[in-house]
Design a protein around this ligand. Structure first.
Ligand SMILES: C[S@@+](CC[C@H](N)C(=O)[O-])C[C@H]1O[C@@H](n2cnc3c(N)ncnc32)[C@H](O)[C@@H]1O
Length: 217
């Protein structure tokens, strides 16, 4: 699907992203400690408050190229964390003349993500909405070009249903961790609506990812 393989040439963006990815590469223990809390109860976002749990470099470059190729301008994200994925979306928005609206529940993550966007000089292309995405993304303008789903998987379907009226023919939805059972309700809904969606599994991530296109008018 993606024909070109551009690299991010902007040195402020690539330097900041490199540092973030390096930090994320060494957070295995932090994630393990957070996930251990899920032995007795469901994992909460707060359990992973110090972890990036980010997309990979390969996924980021795929998304950067895809968004530029599709000339995506109205870009929405569920799940900012410290902002790795958002940096790729913001870098693409800087090229297309677009804007990213991203959502994160935890205030501390929003603060650090904003600092990262400022360091990369991407602040004019990214708006962070702090709080529950099911509320903060309700008033998104119509005509979404691209949606990245990378927050809590059990909220993927309720969020998609909130945003669906704002889709247009050709809207792309990239779902991270699509092979997790918690993403099943979303994928079942997409597959049960072939008049609205075409979809395919990508092999670009450990947890699997799904690229879906809204095909209805
Ligand atoms: C997998 S991480 C996102 C990683 C990020 N996309 C990246 O690649 O750098 C998921 C994030 O979703 C946030 N989150 C969970 N539930 C949320 C909700 N209801 N609204 C907004 N954000 C939420 C978590 O706090 C966490 O930071």
């Amino acid at each position: 699907m993606v024909q070109t393989h551009r690299k991010i040439m902007d040195s402020q963006v690539s330097t900041t992203l490199n540092r973030m990815h390096n930090e994320a590469d060494s957070e295995g223990l932090t994630i393990a400690k957070g996930l251990a809390k899920g032995i007795f109860r469901k994992i909460k976002p707060e359990d992973l408050k110090d972890a990036y749990i980010a997309i990979s470099r390969g996924q980021g470059h795929f998304l950067y190229n895809l968004l530029i190729e599709k000339d995506a301008r109205h870009i929405v994200e569920f799940g900012t964390s410290f902002g790795i994925s958002t940096m790729y979306l913001g870098a693409a928005a800087k090229v297309t003349g677009g804007k990213v609206i991203t959502s994160e529940l935890l205030a501390k993550k929003c603060k650090v993500a904003q600092q990262n966007f400022d360091k990369a000089n991407l602040q004019d292309w990214i708006e962070i909405r702090e709080g529950d995405a099911l509320e903060t993304l309700r008033d998104i303008p119509d005509g979404i070009d691209f949606l990245l789903l990378d927050g809590w998987n059990d909220l993927y379907l309720p969020l998609l249903k909130i945003l669906e009226p704002k889709f247009k023919k050709g809207t792309l939805i990239y779902t991270d961790n699509a092979s997790f059972s918690s993403a099943k309700p979303l994928l079942n809904y997409i597959k049960a609506n072939p008049a609205k969606y075409t979809t395919k599994r990508l092999r670009d991530a450990k947890g699997g990812s799904e690229l879906t296109e809204y095909i209805a008018d």
